[in-house]
Design a protein around this ligand. Structure first.
Ligand code: NAD
Length: 340
């Protein structure tokens, strides 16, 4: 099948791109190469099969239409998004533009070109936070940040398109994802590149927030299972059962890198009211389609730590970028002070 993969130069998109090519799909990537997109993430893809890269935005209807016609696209998998909560708290315009308008544009293209499938990749964060229990696909959407609200809006547009036009839509909602090629702004990747520079890592409060972690390759395989075996109009949670407190994660990074706890800097939570305490989802529905996560969390995390340690050339240009330094200054400057 000939697939248009949006956001393929990002973290999860690049893992999914390799998986699709390995399974024999023809893959055309459309990516705007925002601060989070990196063509290096797709290195070697042209040797794996029929692969093409197009720079452009998913909101650009003409560009999307042209690629669909030129490459005889049969289906779209959408991983393109603005993805960082903390950035959305500083300014949400790009989030609405890409995560709402962009999704709508892709839905319209799916309808107009009568594509066989539109799979929209979303997040557990649309359900909001829970103290106990697990979210199912039936749980209400209660997003708490501009990021998660924009993702929920994209999910609802998918639902509306399915109901209104019978567009062949599937939504997946993934848990916190870790692994190689993640831009260094989220807990694991940010902490790793700071530790590897000998810098302190910011931990919000006592670090008691809990997240459920899934490796990017398992997340990609879950998306592909939903794409191949899921039913039109359905939502599938993609989660692994690795629930950990943030401070557990940080301790593990320090231990593996043989570094001291002195490198932890506890800071007041810059997310304030918007910091979800706990995410947890049931992925029984997807598991019934034959998917199970394959990567043991301890082993996957150790391999990720080793990868960042051994691939300084991948992340060093990022942290030298003026845009990255500006974000770090704006979000963490006051709390980290001289430790920034
Ligand atoms: P990422 O930030 O690493 O990559 C996003 C990619 O999308 C980048 O390559 C960027 O250049 C591209 N992009 C952004 N705006 C675009 C636009 N307007 N047009 C075309 N391309 C654009 O993101 P990620 O972490 O790989 O997340 C991928 C998807 O998975 C997102 O929908 C995200 O909400 C979802 N998700 C992520 C996680 C996680 O922990 N990372 C967890 C659950 C769900």
């Amino acid at each position: 099948m000939r697939v248009l993969l949006t956001g393929g130069a990002g973290f999860i998109g690049s893992h999914l791109c390799r998986l699709l090519l390995e399974k024999g799909y023809s893959v055309s990537v459309l990516d705007a190469l925002t601060y989070a997109g990196n063509k290096e993430n797709l290195q070697g893809c042209d040797e794996l099969g029929d692969f093409a890269f197009f720079e452009g935005r998913i909101q650009d209807r003409d560009r999307v239409s042209w690629i669909i016609s030129d490459r005889n696209i049969e289906a779209i998998i959408d991983t393109a998004a603005e993805t960082h909560n903390d950035r959305s708290l500083l300014s949400a315009g790009d989030f609405l533009d890409t995560n709402v308008q962009g999704v709508y544009t892709l839905l319209e293209a799916t309808k107009d070109h009568r594509l066989k499938r539109f799979l929209h990749v979303s997040t557990d964060e649309v359900y909001g936070s829970t103290v106990d229990g697990e979210f199912t696909e039936e749980s209400p959407l209660e997003p708490n940040t501009p990021y998660s609200a924009s993702k929920a809006a994209g999910d609802l547009l998918c639902r509306a398109h399915f109901v209104s036009y019978k567009t062949r839509v599937i939504v997946t909602r993934g848990g916190n994802t870790y692994g190689e090629f993640q831009y260094p702004e989220k807990l694991i990747s940010l902490s790793l590149v700071r530790l590897l520079q000998g810098k302190k890592i910011p931990v919000y409060g006592e670090g008691l927030q809990r997240r459920e972690w899934i490796h990017a390759r398992d997340h990609a395989a879950g998306i592909l299972t939903a794409f191949e075996k899921g039913s039109d109009g359905e939502v599938y949670n993609v989660s692994d059962s690795n629930e950990r407190e943030n401070r557990w994660i940080v301790d593990r990074l320090l231990t593996r890198l043989d570094l001291s706890e002195d490198l932890i800097k506890r800071i007041p939570d810059p997310r304030e009211g918007a910091h979800d305490f706990r995410y947890s989802m049931s992925s029984e529905k997807l598991r019934k389609l034959g998917w199970t996560p394959q990567i043991d969390f301890d082993q996957g995390l150790d391999a990720t730590i080793d990868w960042y340690r051994d691939h300084r050339e991948w992340w060093q240009p990022t942290i030298e970028d003026a845009g990255y330094q500006d974000f770090m200054q704006r979000f963490y400057g006051r709390a980290l002070g001289d430790d920034l």
